[in-house]
Design a protein. Structure first.
Length: 148
């Protein structure tokens, strides 16, 4: 017998995400195993562009990564297959339906922006020495903006 969902159940199922992470240390908290913030969960995934949905999840990863940094570190993004170093993330945005951009600076202070299609999204987060006296905590700022 085929199970039929009510309209409310169908809408709720469309909004639910599927995620999982397994680590050597089962006590390691991961973003995949945490509930979505209310500001992210209020719009069903099917109503979001690929860029918006990717943006929101990268924000959650950034915040989670920053929670483990010490006072002398800040988050930076490494570049795979490149000798260009890493970008200290100072901002992030998306342009629906399919573009994400990262704003920041290289270790030497050079202003940098990465514009990436969501189909090419590959973000390696790195803990790097801070560029200023106070480390930038962009993940926390971006996550707060998701809730506002």
């Amino acid at each position: 017998m085929t199970e039929i969902d009510t309209s409310a159940e169908a809408l709720e199922n469309a909004a639910l995400t599927r995620a999982r992470a397994v680590h050597v240390n089962p006590d390691d908290a991961t973003v995949e195993n945490e509930p979505l913030p209310k500001g992210v969960a209020k719009t069903p995934v099917k109503q979001k562009s690929p860029a918006e949905w990717a943006y929101e999840r990268v924000v959650l990863y950034l915040k989670h990564f920053e929670e483990k940094l010490d006072k002398d570190q800040e988050v930076a993004m490494g570049f795979a297959g490149s000798q260009s170093g890493s970008l200290h993330i100072q901002g992030m945005g998306f342009y629906a339906p399919d573009v994400i951009t990262f704003y920041g600076a290289m270790q030497d202070g050079t202003k940098t922006q990465l514009i990436q299609h969501v189909s090419q999204l590959n973000v390696m987060l790195r803990a790097e020495p801070k560029l200023r006296e106070e480390p930038v905590r962009i993940g926390f700022q971006l996550a707060k903006a998701l809730e506002d």
